[in-house]
Design a protein around this ligand. Sequence first.
Ligand code: DGT
Ligand code: MG
Ligand code: MG
Ligand code: MG
Ligand code: MG
Length: 287
Amino acid sequence: MANSRFEYVKSFEQPDVLLPNTWIVVRIDGRGFHKLSDHYAFKKPNDRRALDLMNAAAVEVMKELPDLCIAYGVSDEFSFVFHPNCQLFERRNGTTPSRKLVTTIVSTFTAHYIYKWSEYFPERPLLPPYLPSFDGRAVIYPNNRILRDYMSWRQVDCHINNLYNTTFWTMVLQGGMSNTDAEQELKGTVSADKNEILFKRFGINYNNELEIYKKGTVLYRQYELEEPNPTKSHADEETPVVESKQSRSQQDKIRKLRRKAQVVVDHVDIIKDEFWEKRPWILSGNP
Ligand code: DGT
Ligand code: MG
Ligand code: MG
Ligand code: MG
Ligand code: MG
């Protein structure tokens, strides 16, 4: 582009770089899904089709961006995780702009969510002004332990909210209580109290609820490498600093392997070591 007297406006664009060699998590969240879920009559507390649609859109994001190594979703949110050795958008030069990653993920996810909507809700066409949109943010985490604590935080949140919502909506829908009365009774209760209300009053054993509701959804790539009986734990070892040592062709090879791998949709514990020990490639980033 030729120089023009207008070009100086470029200097107003400020960098928003993400530190190199760190985990990057982009978390997206549905905007105003409280209203949206009411409008399209999502089942309370959990709508299986709505969750399946979230997961299907997230799988497409994983397929389009092979640099993603794991994702975790619950309710109207999804966290997408880039490995420290990821060189998407020229991270090699330390110049991955946060906004570029976030906007790419948010728009790719939203596009697929809307595209697939009619497959999951054929009888409820999307109509303005109730169109789904998502916000997003990128956060960096300096090591494996903190990345795993982030993932654990989201899964604990899933558990706490789901136990509350399951109890609340059972009291309202099966127990005939008003929203305010149920809310009042649940104020200050701990998990054991809610389990007891469910079991004693409604004969519901919370443990028998679906795993997708209790644990949320984890997406990762499956290779032939799975270690069925891990003998040695690599899960807590720090990621070696490989960024500057991986050549472009190595990166391309890894991307190819990742593209070919199947994206698995799972509903399992990601807090304990077992999940990470069985799939060492997620933390090692290779492939
Ligand atoms: P935001 O994120 O600040 O724009 O506002 P919301 O309304 O999206 O609030 P948020 O993200 O804190 O909470 C998620 C909302 O989505 C919550 O009100 C319940 C609703 N939601 C998500 N999944 C389901 C579902 O499976 N069934 C029903 N009935 N509602 C759901
Ligand atoms: Mg939000
Ligand atoms: Mg939301
Ligand atoms: Mg949310
Ligand atoms: Mg362009």
